[in-house]
Design a protein around this ligand. Sequence first.
Ligand code: BGC
Length: 375
Amino acid sequence: MTSMRKAVAAAAGMTLLFGALTACSSERAGSESGGGETGGGDTPLIGIAMPTRSLERWNNDGAHLEELLGDAGYETTLQYADNKVDQQITQLQNMINQGADVLVIASIDGTALGPVLDAAAKEEIPVIAYDRLINDSEHVDYYATFDNEKVGTLQGEFIAEQLGLAGGAGPFNLEPFAGSPDDNNARFFFKGAWDVLTPYVESGQLVVPSGKAPATVDDWTTIGIQGWESAKAQSEMENRLNSFYTDKKVNVVLSPNDSLALGIEQALEGSGYAAGEGWPLVTGQDADEANVKNMLAGKQAMTVWKDTRTLGDQVAKMVQQIVDGEEVEVNDTETYDNGVKVVPSFLLDPQVVTADTVQTTLVDSGFYTADKLGL
Ligand code: BGC
């Protein structure tokens, strides 16, 4: 164990830009039991901490990673924390106590894990931040995620393109939403979209009747929906519709993800909007099943799909490289400053899906069966 921990610590200090790595490390994933370097012959234990079961994506993420690491010969402990920060901290402490060799963490509050990561560091346990960056701690060794700002850029560009904003069209009534204020990703999503849309808000082509247009990107938390909850997004949208839309229609809603979009779509339905008859353009992210069905029904214009299988694959590869004491493959060493250090990251590419491309993207890749989507 100790020798592996030393190898791990050495590996955690090294980074390598994508492309420079030889093929051998990826081929090794799945070989032996991953336990060859432990000295004691014991199987490494990988702790996987996920935020909540209430969102489809985290169930998929956890199950996929558990399966991959299991197939590669690791022991795993997968824990969900019901979006409760204290519960996640307790789960992480338990993983440390159980002798975890690597921790993979999708945090709930990216700023709340400092002390438990200090405890992990004392045991020389490397930490991979999964999907969400962990802030204000030097004990975050790697970060694997989709390019979060690009998610927002894709949403903003989709809106601009569909409405013909570059050609001067408008004015359109826009209602913007942002994600959970405690999730570091939410700022990136909003920034990506708002950088694209701000010029059109300034030119008057996009009008925000509710007034809920943050003055700057840094004010994004003023429109954040705590815990990414559908119900909260629904009641916020209902309030906006009841207060500001008695004599007008909303044309476009910037929703950062699918759980918010779902609540927003319910509010629209409740206040009399009908698909195909002036239903506004609503954006999303994650390609959750309910939202894909809503896209097919004309109630959501797009979703940004992050194939969580590829994220799991990448993280399993990182785990293997760490355990083998190899250099860990990353492709970004500049973007993700967690307040204490720039965390070496591997960024994957998100992709726009619309009703027209559900088959060629989500179904052809096996993410969903046609049956499941009612196709
Ligand atoms: C993830 C999104 C997800 C959201 C809510 C974000 O950190 O990147 O994919 O929709 O959390 O769970």
